[in-house]
Design a protein around this ligand. Structure first.
Ligand SMILES: Nc1ncnc2c1ncn2[C@@H]1O[C@H](COP(=O)(O)OP(=O)(O)OP(=O)(O)O)[C@@H](O)[C@H]1O
Ligand SMILES: Cc1ncc(COP(=O)(O)O)c(N)n1
Length: 270
């Protein structure tokens, strides 16, 4: 049986709702073989992040080489990177191995307010990784930090997507999960904008939504869909994963990654 593969390069979330764990669950639910390169380990749960330990250059490089030198990688998703040295290692290896698709989620601060990227590493992210991305997926806050002014409305999102596309990524999807009103995301692909609409679901259980969306996009790209089709399907997936989010823990519960909800509603993913 031919199996498509996806690699997540991200941080570990001990509570399983975000980071590497969310990515691998998403890959599995969407029928793609998942692999991981861990950049940092967080002590985290639904209520907050209580500590971070960054892994060494040696073991991050070792993980990247071990995967790329042995197994074909159909697409890559990048999440928490933590510091500038890690960003440079990853950029260097992506230039060597040249995977077809790179979905770059510029993770900066957790929902609970903990820094997952050292503020001084922002320049390295822009310089070394933005140019290697097939698609960059900032939320409103990340887009604001990357463009250097507040991004709060749909028209700000359109402008920011275009400005960020000029920094090197082939396309930019600005996510509107934190907008007032519906959950609308805007894609700019270097030529035109496209809007992806989602009904806002009233829930506190949104731990890992950004991780889940970006890994679903990577999974659908691995399966051979165009970028727009991959985002459309990923949006449908995140909508179901939030609608069926789990009431676990005392804080923001995690998204749900099983097949039952989308097979039951007839929106089976191809
Ligand atoms: N309450 C909601 N209802 C419906 N869709 C949502 C909701 N919250 C977020 N989304 C969608 O989930 C996806 C992730 O968006 P969001 O802006 O939450 O990312 P994020 O802030 O990077 O996530 P994270 O906090 O996990 O890093 C987007 O497609 C967004 O529109
Ligand atoms: C390891 C890791 N990566 C990413 C996030 C962002 O997710 P959220 O904003 O939902 O906390 C996280 N909390 N932890």
């Amino acid at each position: 049986m031919e199996m498509k593969t996806a690699l997540t390069i991200a941080g570990s979330d001990s509570s399983g709702g975000a980071g590497i764990q969310a990515d691998l669950k998403t890959f599995s639910a969407l029928g793609v073989y998942g692999m991981s390169v861990i950049t940092a380990v967080t002590a985290q749960n639904t209520q907050g992040v209580f500590g971070v330990e960054e892994l060494s250059e040696k073991i991050i490089t070792g993980q990247l080489d071990a995967v790329f030198q042995d197994i074909p990688v159909d697409s890559v998703k990048i999440g928490m990177l933590s510091n500038a040295e890690i960003i440079q290692i990853i950029a260097r290896k992506l230039r060597v191995y040249q995977p077809h698709h790179v979905v770059l989620d510029p993770v900066m601060v957790s929902k609970s307010g903990y820094d997952l990227l050292r503020p001084e590493a922002k320049a390295a992210l822009i310089e070394h990784l933005l140019p290697l991305a097939t698609v960059l997926t900032p939320n409103l806050k990340e887009a604001s930090v990357l463009v250097g002014h507040p991004v709060e409305t749909l028209s700000d999102m359109k402008e920011a997507a275009k400005a960020l596309a000029e920094k090197g990524p082939q396309a930019v999807l600005v996510k509107g999960g934190h907008l007032q009103g519906e959950a609308i995301d805007i894609l700019y692909d270097g030529e035109k904008w496209r809007t992806f609409e989602g009904k806002r679901i009233a829930t506190k259980n949104t731990h890992g939504t950004g991780c889940t969306l970006s890994s679903a996009i990577a999974a659908f790209l691995a399966k051979g869909h165009s970028l727009e089709e991959a985002i459309q399907r990923a949006k449908q997936y995140i909508q179901g994963a939030i609608a069926h989010a789990l009431e676990l823990g005392h804080g923001a519960g995690p998204t749900h990654h099983f097949h039952e909800w989308y097979t039951a509603t007839g929106s089976k993913q191809g």
